[in-house]
Design a protein around this ligand. Structure first.
Ligand SMILES: Nc1ncnc2c1ncn2[C@@H]1O[C@H](COP(=O)(O)OP(=O)(O)OP(=O)(O)O)[C@@H](O)[C@H]1O
Ligand SMILES: [Mg+2]
Length: 306
C-alpha cells in the first residue's frame, strides 16, 4: 500500500546555517498513529512544518496523501490538518467564527453540521459564542484542534498536543485521537512524554539532533523493554568476569565493583538462582543487590545520549 506520508531524504539547513534535519526518511501508513519522540530542539516541529508546507526543505521530497507537497501544494495541504505547538488564534473572534473561517481557508463549502460535530466532540459547543480570549488555556488548545479538523483532513498533525494540559483534557484528547484514527485519519503526534507515545501510538519514531535514530512498532519496543536488571555490589573488585560465566549476560562496571545481569522479565527466575550459585562457587561475594526493570524512558535516554 502506498504510504499516506512519505518523507524522502529530507534535509533542512536554516538560514543561519543550522542543520536541523539530516537526510530524514520516514513512511507513515494510512490510519496509523505515529508518535515522534525526541528532546527539545531535535527537529520535530521542523519536520512537521516541512510536511505541512510552512517551512521549506533544503533538499529531499515529501508526498502527503499521494501529492508532492511542493509541485502539488494545494492538493497536499488540503489533506492535512495541523495543531501547532504554539497557540495562535485571533483573541477577539468567537470560537464558532474562528473554526468556520479555518474551513473556508481551504476553499471548502460551508458545513455547519460538521463544525457543530467537531465543537461538540471537543466539548466546546457551550463556548461557541465566546471570544477566544475568554477561554482557559486548555479550551484554547481545543479550539486549535477544532480549527485543524474544520476541513475534514485525512492526515492530522498534533505538535505536542498535551503540553501544559490537565489530566482530564489529556484523556479526552487521547480518546478523540483514537476516534479519528478509527475513522481512517492518519495521525502524527510529537511528544516528550514517553507514556503518551506508549499509550497512543501504533509506531514510535525517535528523533535526535535532526536524525531519526529508531522507528519501531510500539508493541515490539515494549517487548524489548521486558528486560530486568540485577545489580550486585561486590565485596572486592573483579578484574574481569570469570571464564565460566562468560556466556551469561553479565557486565562489569569500570571499577570492577558492580556486576549487572540482564534477563527477560517474562521468564522464570531460574537464571538468577543459577547465577547466584555460580558466583558462590567462584567465591565472589556481594554486599548488596537490587533488581530493576528497564523502561521506555531508559531506552530513550540511552538512545538520545549515545
Ligand atoms: N527559524 C529558525 N531559524 C533557525 N533555527 C531554527 C529555526 N527554527 C528552529 N530552529 C532550530 O532547529 C532545531 C530544531 O528545532 P525544532 O523546533 O524543530 O525542534 P523540536 O524537536 O520541535 O523541539 P521542541 O521539543 O523544543 O519543540 C533547533 O535547534 C532550533 O533552534
Ligand atoms: Mg517543537
Amino acid at each position: 500500500m502506498q504510504p499516506d506520508i512519505s518523507v524522502q531524504n529530507v534535509s533542512k539547513v536554516y538560514s543561519g546555517g543550522f542543520h536541523a534535519l539530516k537526510e530524514v526518511n520516514l513512511d507513515i501508513q494510512r490510519g496509523e498513529i505515529f508518535a515522534l519522540l525526541g528532546p527539545n530542539g531535535a527537529g520535530k516541529t521542523t519536520l512537521i512544518s516541512i510536511i505541512c508546507g510552512i517551512v521549506n526543505m533544503s533538499s529531499g521530497r515529501v508526498l502527503a496523501g499521494g501529492h508532492d507537497i511542493v509541485t502539488d501544494y494545494r492538493a497536499a495541504r488540503s489533506k492535512i490538518g495541523l495543531v501547532p505547538q504554539e497557540l495562535n488564534t485571533d483573541a477577539f473572534e468567537t470560537v464558532w467564527d474562528t473554526v468556520t473561517f479555518s474551513r473556508g481557508l481551504f476553499g471548502k463549502a460551508a458545513n455547519p453540521a460538521h463544525i457543530e460535530k467537531v465543537l461538540r466532540d471537543l466539548s466546546l459547543w457551550d463556548k461557541r459564542n465566546n471570544r477566544i480570549m475568554a477561554l482557559s488555556g486548555g479550551m484554547k488548545r481545543r479550539v486549535m484542534i477544532a480549527k485543524a479538523l474544520s476541513h475534514e483532513p485525512q492526515i492530522l498533525f498534533l505538535d505536542e498536543p498535551t503540553a501544559g494540559v490537565d489530566v482530564e483534557l489529556r484523556r479526552d484528547m487521547w480518546n478523540m485521537v483514537r476516534g479519528l484514527r478509527d475513522n481512517g485519519v492518519t495521525i502524527i503526534l510529537t511528544t516528550h512524554y514517553i507514556e503518551e507515545a506508549e499509550e497512543m501510538a501504533d509506531r514510535i519514531g525517535v528523533i535526535r539532533a535532526g536524525e531519526i535514530i529508531l522507528v519501531e512498532d510500539t508493541d515490539k519496543l515494549m517487548a524489548k523493554l521486558g528486560k530486568k536488571e540485577l545489580r550486585l555490589q561486590l565485596q572486592a573488585p573483579l578484574e574481569q568476569i570469570p571464564g565460566a560465566l562468560a556466556l551469561e549476560p553479565l557486565s562489569l562496571s569500570g571499577d570492577g565493583y558492580e556486576l549487572t545481569y540482564t534477563f527477560d522479565a517474562q521468564q522464570e527466575q531460574a537464571g538468577v538462582a543459577r547465577l547466584l550459585r555460580q558466583l558462590g562457587d567462584h567465591g565472589i561475594e556481594f554486599r548488596d543487590l537490587q533488581t530493576r526493570e528497564s523502561s521506555l524512558e531508559d531506552i530513550f535516554v540511552g538512545l538520545v545520549h549515545e
